[in-house]
Write a protein that binds this ligand. Sequence first.
Ligand code: SF4
Length: 418
Amino acid sequence: MGFLTGDIESLLDSQKIRSMFRDFGIQTYSLERPSPRLENILTKSIAGETISREEALFLGEVNDEEIPFLVFAASKIRERGKGKTVTFSKNVFVPLTRLCRDRCGYCTFRIEPGEGELLIPPDEVLEMARGGARLGCTELLFVTGDKPEKIYEVYRNALRELGYKTTAEYLVDMCEAGLKENIFPHTNMGVASRDELAALKESNASMGLMLETVSMRLLRKGEAHYRSPDKVPKLRLKTMEDAGELRIAWTSGILVGIGETWEERVDSLFAIKKLWDDYGHIQEIIIQNFSPKPGIPMEKHPAPTLVEMLKTVAVSRLIFGEKMNIQIPPNLNSRTFPLFVIAGANDLGGVSPLTIDYVNPEAPWPQVQRMERALGELGFILRERLPVYPEFIGNEFLSNKVLERVQNVIDNSGYVAT
Ligand code: SF4
């Protein structure tokens, strides 16, 4: 019996894990051992080396029967870095404006003027922040479309009435106001300038921008990012570089299944890895599956399969190694999220007791207790974290006023004190 085969046997000792794989049609018995090249890559990864681009490309060719080997190697690596802890945060989702100058083919967030309110006014934002804090939420998640003021006069007027010229200026004030309610802002505003990021750092515990993909091909007519000028990869990478220089704890990630090839997906992961290697500010990466919804241009585009997603999560763990936090959105994978934890993920992102996920409104959040139970059956412990991970809590990544408040709510481990 090879090293990996023995390893897998011990992981499969749990009947629960065996039956989960069986339930989802993944065969765990058919192969005695992986192909020599696969075994070589996985053995090396388990020993603590990260993999090269070429090796990640090769892993895209792994057949379904070999998936358990890949998944279990990722599981080993996750366990070395994260033990049996899986995290989540309790948030309130504030879609400050759903207008956007882009036209992504998979989007359900974006609205046109007349289809809803142009922006959420300050008193409502405060109400949401207070309501969230009352329910024990620690994350005030601000999401906006990308620079709608560039194309909508009616929105410019609405901002002007409040005393602002740009969405970013409005965000800065709303984040400051939110922080005073003892809930921690985390802003996703799309591509941002260095000055905007610096102003937001003062009140944000962390910020985020999904890289989504490095594919320029997807900007062409008929593809997911056609007519979406803010999805030019180098603009997104530049925002993340600026965030690195400004020492902002940053969340990024990829979108899986929007028409990208395996090679483009791997290159996207390595682009984020390079930012992490250069600046050390990437606190987590989200592996988000595209989900078709009625009414969007990509309504008929297929969602990635479970095997495709498992492979992507596991390869991400092999690329990033044991330290990175890898998040899988549980509302988009409500039955399968425990499998992704086995495959290397260690975070379930934001869960809201108050608001829906406006980006995926069809997918309700699984209750915390249900997540806790499902993970507990596999031996994992669910812990609540802040929007900033413990390893980024300190003067380097947080302004004094954010740090002061953070220290009031965490325990010795850096997670939310119970
Ligand atoms: S940038 Fe975001 S909000 Fe705008 S269309 Fe794309 S996905 Fe939707």
